[in-house]
Design a protein around this ligand. Structure first.
Ligand code: ADP
Ligand code: MG
Length: 225
């Protein structure tokens, strides 16, 4: 069998003082293969977000800490990486889409800049080349009138469009792994269905491994391998 894109083994995340229990998650193990969508399902508070945040070292500092286990991305151990090593992984090899795009997007920065930010950090592309690439990925996520929207601000977009922007930003560098933490929960049913269809379409086209987090079994039935 080919090496998984993501392999989590016996992952335990401890809560430091004042928590409702000693560990947010205990001995979690699963893996995601290339071109596979794995859903993690569970009730509110069961540790889904903590699991996904642990992958890219996004756990709340001073509150949550990996206490055991291993997280490998294409064979490379992530839990022991330094901050600068993990920055290199983020956006390039693995990226994340959150439930509420409004909190993840910068309200005073244009859409195009936010999608292109990872290109600025991780590539040598000049401003023109970045613009071309941003327009291309905006088209791929079916944002209407990209040439117009590239200069828009988040508040000028609908919720579904904002989620498409998040997905575009996450996928612009073709990462091997996409982590989506309840990406459709805040959307109405029709928009939710469109976003699910989009994730599936992009995942197949790019062979991406997807870790998809949800509390909704209808969504699981729709999207999971
Ligand atoms: P889910 O995403 O499945 O709804 P979470 O992963 O957000 O659940 O949370 C799991 C548990 O981890 C919570 O019930 C809480 O006990 C603990 N937890 C989450 N975030 C924090 C935090 N920042 N500080 C302390 N405990 C936390
Ligand atoms: Mg959550």
């Amino acid at each position: 069998m080919a090496q998984p894109v993501l392999e989590i083994k016996d992952l335990t995340v401890a809560i430091s003082g004042g928590g409702d229990r000693p560990n947010a998650i205990e001995n979690v193990s699963f893996s995601v293969a290339k071109n596979e969508i794995v859903c993690v399902v569970g009730e509110s508070g069961s540790g889904k977000s903590v699991t996904s945040q642990a992958v890219l070292q996004l756990l709340a500092k001073g509150q949550l800490k990996i206490a055991g286990g291993s997280i490998k991305l294409e064979g490379d151990e992530l839990t022991t990486m330094t901050a600068s090593q993990i920055r290199h992984v983020r956006g390039m090899r693995a990226s994340m889409v959150f439930q509420e795009p409004m909190t993840a997007l910068n309200p005073v920065e244009r859409i195009g800049e936010q999608i292109g930010e990872v290109l600025e950090i991780h590539t040598d592309l000049d401003a023109n080349q970045r613009r071309t690439k941003v327009l291309e990925v905006m088209r791929a996520v079916h944002l209407p009138d990209p040439e117009q929207m590239i200069d828009a601000y988040p508040h000028q977009l609908s919720g579904g469009q904002r989620q498409r922007v998040m997905i575009a930003a996450a996928l612009v560098l073709d990462p091997a792994l996409l982590i989506a933490d309840e990406p459709t929960t805040a959307l109405d049913v029709t928009t939710q269905a469109q976003i699910l269809k989009l994730i599936k379409e992009l995942q197949v086209r790019r062979d991406t491994g997807v870790l998809f987090i949800t509390h909704d079994f209808g969504v699981v039935a729709e999207i999971a391998d």
